[in-house]
Design a protein around this ligand. Sequence first.
Ligand code: ADP
Ligand code: MG
Length: 587
Amino acid sequence: MAEAPVKEKREPAGMDADAAQTERELTDGFHLVIDALKLNGINTIYGVPGIPITDLGRMAQAAGMRVISFRHEQNAGNAAAIAGFLTKSPGICLTVSAPGFLNGLTALANATSNCFPMILISGSSEREIVDLQQGDYEEMDQLAMAKPLCKAAFRVLHATDIGIGVARAIRAAVSGRPGGVYLDLPAKLFAQVIDAEAGTRSLVKVIDPAPAQLPAPAAVKRALDVLKTAKRPLIILGKGAAYAQADEAIRALVEKSGIPFLPMSMAKGLLPDTHPQCAGAARSTVLKDSDVVMLIGARLNWLLSHGKGKTWGEPGSKKFIQIDIEPREMDSNVEIAAPLVGDIGSCVSALLAGIEGKWPAPSADWIDVVKMRKEANIAKMAPRLMKNSAPMDFHNALGALRTVIKERPDTILVNEGANTLDLARGIIDMYQPRKRLDVGTWGIMGIGMGFAVGAAVETGKRVLAVEGDSAFGFSGMEVETICRYGLPVCVVVFNNNGIYRGTDVNPAGAADVATTVFVKDARYEKLMEAFGGVGVRVTTPDELGRAVAEALNSGKPTLVNAVIDPAAGSESGNIGKLNPQSVVGKK
Ligand code: ADP
Ligand code: MG
């Protein structure tokens, strides 16, 4: 339905006086974009206003949409991306041309690499001038630049094509393997006026945008046959499994099979980390010693050491079953003995039906080995999490946050940093699906405040963002956005005065501090206070736990500056091996 059509008296050239008096209902590009989104159930836009989309934001708000304005497009894009992950409907990011578009593009590329559905809509300059490179305001061939960095890219030149353009963007974002889509809308398009009725007719409501994809019966049988041979099976749950929202079927598969499961970072909570079958605390053992591994919505990329090498034990010691919607994912790194291509809900249901209750039990030895390893690791870690020291280290600070989350399991945890990320992933138990949002496939910094805002807006739940001081810097200005919209977000900055550590010294002995060092004892909490939120500085785990509990209970925008021992961190956290170090001529 066309929303609030423009009523206008027009006098087209060559018409006689009578005809000129007739009132026609008109619409334009602005209205059609809004109508097309709303028709498809999209009611929220994340963006930054400016030329040529300022009025689009205003009019969307007037039409009852939620329009969340950010301070930087990358953060708006990250909010849209996580909205897509949480809802299975594409998150919308709206930006201005050239520089705004480029800022949003990072988030679009990141969404695509993570398989999150989002649509970046950017205004652009005049095609005729851009194509002749005649030097327009913010001239840039945005469509060409976006194409290699996302799943699909479209441009709309005529108002009558807006409906189709939006429909194609939606379908491309959510069908098959989800991802980022770019929609290029040149400035001229917004002001194009057409007959309102023709406009309404041109809109498309996308029917079944992400159709179920059923696995072939032969593929299901093959997977079950491989599973039946297993003595030491393992299920790995990835963020695709969390995205699929097939929570009940996945739980049934895990529990009926009795197979230990290992959640990837953003799949934590699909089943509680405290579940007796959770092998999170025995990660190296289960990866190395398993004989059949079933991957559900997880890729064998760098995060799983590509399925080979020391991590995975003897070469040829295991068989893989992989459930994924993307056929080309199969054999990407190692041979997949049983590829199961389809959507996770359908595949898992087919496995459950195929086995008819007769699950081959994993060997008792295997269950014992996993249990003992897990208990030993948990016991070893426990005292470090409970120590009450000032300044804090990463372990006892995270130990305090772990309790806060345990007591409030529906809190959404956003997490980025180096040590702050790697240690939080292991220490903070999750209890519910899609409650842990982090740096994902690329392991990037900068998602923090965008994800926090997106998660709070989409779910209405409390959000706890646990941030390294370096990571926080990439999106920190959005604390103003959090305060402006009064969002229930508590940001904890793990402040160790620098990147990895705050203790490095300039090897040249010059006045500049080392490249990885920040201002000592910075007062991050005052940033939140500047915009009317609550700021707290804490130095002990007890104080930290209390401050965060209070923030989450009250729902007030809060920043907790958690003072961490500057000497506590290690280089690049757990992935130090990826950071090459010179052995030549180092002082
Ligand atoms: P993780 O980093 O948690 O291991 P990845 O992002 O590597 O997870 O893998 C997610 C996988 O899930 C991708 O290969 C993607 O194609 C797949 N996927 C996403 N949604 C679905 C779905 N609904 N059904 C099946 N597979 C899906
Ligand atoms: Mg730091």
